[in-house]
Design a binder for this molecule. Sequence first.
Ligand code: 26Q
Length: 823
Amino acid sequence: MISKSALADLPSPAPRSANPDALAAEIIERLTYSIGKDAKVAQPHDWLTATILVIRDRVIDRWMDSTRQVYESQGKRVYYLSLEFLIGRLTRDAVSNLEMLDEVRAALSSLGVDFDAVTALEPDAALGNGGLGRLAACFMESMATVDVPAYGYGIRYVHGLFRQQMSDGWQVELPETWLAHGNAWEFQRRESAYEIGFGGTVETLGDAIGVAPRCVWKPQERMIAVAYDTPVVGWRAKRVNTLRLWTAQPIDPILLDAFNAGDHIGALSESNKAEALARVLYPADQTPAGQELRLRQEYFFSSASLQDILRRHIQQYGELGSLPDKVAIQLNDTHPAVSVAELMRLLIDVHGLEFDPAWDITRKTFSYTNHTLLPEALESWPVPLFERLLPRHMQLVYAINAKVLRHARKERGYDDGQIRSVSLIDEGGERRVRMGNLAFVGSHSINGVSALHTDLMKQTVFSDLHGLYPERINNKTNGITPRRWLMQCNPGLFSLIREAIGDAFMDDAEALTALDAFAGDSEFRARFAAVKRDNKTRLADLVARRMGIKLDPSAMFDIQIKRIHEYKRQLLNIVEAVALYDQIRSNPEKDWAPRVKFLAGKAAPSYHNAKLIIKLANDVARVINNDPAVRGLLKIVFVPNYNVSLAEIMVPAADLSEQISTAGMEASGTGNMKFALNGALTIGTLDGANVEISECVGADNIVIFGLTADEVTQKRADGHEPRAIIEASHELSQALTAIASGVFSPDDRDRYAGLVAGLYEHDWFMVAADFEAYAHAQRQVDALWVDEKAWYGRTVLNTARVGWFSSDRTIRQYAKEIWKAGP
Ligand code: 26Q
């Protein structure tokens, strides 16, 4: 065990008194003087706000210290540019990282207020779609934890990801309103405001002899970006970093009125345009629709962030040549890729640099993370749209492209095919600007998010660019913050581990390996099982409360939670459940292991098949859950409105984690890591980070099935014949026939005919191809479940061996190998 004296070396949080009585007094003070309420009439939300204001006070000194420290040490700053930050609730996280949970709980309790009830009122900030946004949030917490001076930059959407409601089993989207009660965590920074332009023309000036012509962009439309800052507290509050989110405001509406004298409607429409910009997060679609407003969002936040970065740098260093030594900018996917052109514009047009030195600075400053290989998901913009909105950037993209293509052809001997593939402009059909290629050529590092994904990046989407710049592509396997995803969401397991192996894992998740020795300890296993049982009861209670479905916590809890997408194969899971249902009815005498299959996740509003899969899950659930012949041995539950807070309840309650994407299609996955850390067994394909998880936990402690990525590629090339495969499997054809013929949709018998026909005709996602292997793997899981001792031995080893997937490890690798920043 780590002794108290070893911990004493770590700086402790600013102790402006952590004693519960003093805290309670401060909360009352805030309630009275900041909110203007008496304790007697205070509403639950008022208590939440008063509590946040008190916690926030504890954070501010550390926050200022952190800012001062990087300034005085002239340290390198890291900027994480992301259109998504899926941060969820902040209060418990901050209190826990300040190590004030007990004190705050006691203070509120002395005032007759329940901490859990009050913090549950905090809206779940869903400024992201899924994995990519949640990764940004875990990274923000880890950068503060491992002492990297960092700013996250994004957009302060008024509406985060839509709220999902079920109507007769169909997904219905409702607007999300996280700011309805205000947001006590943020600070508006009116002084940090920048002008952002769109459209207009480019003028060339000063073409005197011997003087290079200068370009001036005269935007037709302008608005102001205003910053809102939220402190991000690292573990033990060692460092507090900033999440800076931009909102759009019209340029002074009064001025604008005068400007547009006589045209009030026109003036107001300008102000509406600004307000529309930051209104809503785009739901990730399987094919980005190329909406103009999305490109406006991308440019708006890129430009605001870069202007802010340059202002801060110039203020401290007085020049821009040192930018790459003092600034590292990470692009979270291609969403901020227009930043490459914007930095060039600022350096050349605003700060007077020549093209070549500007390009050198740009490449040394940026790095880019890729999160997808799906060709249809790669972002590109029609040239006419790009040119109309960003005429100067279009010129710069052409100039960059000319430079890159010249290098490829002259120095690398690239042929026409290779030139076409590395070009920033897609010339096949309607001309489009390829944002992935722009981000690639504008960066010194391009990373994938798992070992397999990085290999595939080199072989597929970026093969010709990789040939041109072979040292640029590298891997940084994703991670998750163990504070939120173990210590906070699973307090029972957290205390049990602490009791067993001491505190070292609290500062280094890899110290969890000390638990390995407890996998064979029957008393420990029993206590591990008891914690799991409590977490399952908590989830069962939630389902009973919200959905009126009664569940048995002694059944196996089998959980698949993530965005609904065909490649993630929720359909494979549901089809297998239908096959199992059939088997249970045909062989009632067999010892079936009781299971509850949970599914949850949102579908993009325009993604027809994904929405149909949600309806199918609900249709199948209704039939199976109400069939007395099943005798409760199988239940299916689709839990509505999946979000971070729901994940925090579902993850600790899982016995079985479903990570069953078509191999080669999931870049990494991060849910897989959360489940394993919380003691679930994984059933999964050799896809994304599953490959590395499997290596860490050992082949006996994970159930792997199905085609490999290479086999999928091969099968597609050879011509996959799903019909023959389906017809050869009695189980599968029975299940598909039942679904296609309306057994689960008596009100609309053809509802699933098209979905099933897709499996017979092409089976692009290899659902039919992998069915037998998956069903077999599920029966293997049943067999493991029966041997309770061995089951919990395996789950303990999962918790013990996945500490490496801490985002602290990931961030240390980024800091050392890409950013050259931090301690
Ligand atoms: C693009 C253009 C227009 C509108 C929306 C989008 C858009 C938005 C979000 C496209 C994609 C996303 C999100 C992608 C994402 O979440 N990818 C996931 O990233 C995780 C973190 O690296 C990985 O673990 C997952 O495998 C990957 O799917």
